[in-house]
Design a protein around this ligand. Sequence first.
Ligand code: PXL
Length: 287
Amino acid sequence: MSASPPVALTIAGSDSGGGAGLQADLRTFTACGVHGCVAVTAVTVQNSVGVTAVVEIPPSTVADQVRAVADDIGVAAVKTGMLASAAIIRAVAQVCDEVGIGRCRAVALVVDPVAASMHGDPLLAEDALAMLRSELLPRATLVTPNLDEVRLLVGLDIGSPAEQREAARALHALGPRWVLVKGGHLRGDSPCLDLLYDGSELTAFTSPRLATPHTHGSGDTLAAAITSALARGTTVPQAVGYGKRYVEQAVAHAYPLGAGVGPVSPFWRLRPETEPIRCGGKVHKPP
Ligand code: PXL
């Protein structure tokens, strides 16, 4: 028997292409040394080209999954991804209060405010944004929007680091303990700049801009790596530093898949493809 690892829970949608959503979260949790549990919010029908259908899970079933995990297994940190609808967001906010998840509680809540896929397919109903703003952000330990999500949440169109700082302040005013404004979508050749803000101090995290079209699941992977570090007991700034380093490698090891956008590789550090498989007297060499 081994010692139990820390436990992280993702409240997220399924990506049938396996590159983003709960699939990316679970792989990242595993690679970052935590046991991953899941509360599924929606099933998306998608591949590398786009999303063709979304089926939502009933809000009470989403909450029941969280309750079942929290009551028996216990969780050290929680992440939200695609939440699909206003009713699911309300149910998640309520169950977080009930089982002690969130910014003023023992268990950290990382909110990745997923609103659309990278192809622009909507992953959040329009009326759900208001619910995200009013019910979930005030409960978040950390919220991790990209620039598109910043525009949707606080109406700011960001074109410069100065505007990124303004956005961090505007988002913080909505109630999360910490805000990480991801600048990866800012145009130009400059390094990617992410800004972390706690209401008084701004900390800049820079990383090189890597030339790959295959970035599907990068936001999920970053937030899941941050959540893993929090589950393992780090502070928020330490977790963000860890997550940034982790996702940088995941993007560097991204691979093509299907005809469209391929995924980042959350298991870059494990590299199981380099291990031969030995069975039945045969050795299946790595590719
Ligand atoms: O990467 C954001 C994301 C989250 N969750 C699901 C997704 C996507 C992007 O496509 O499909 C289920």
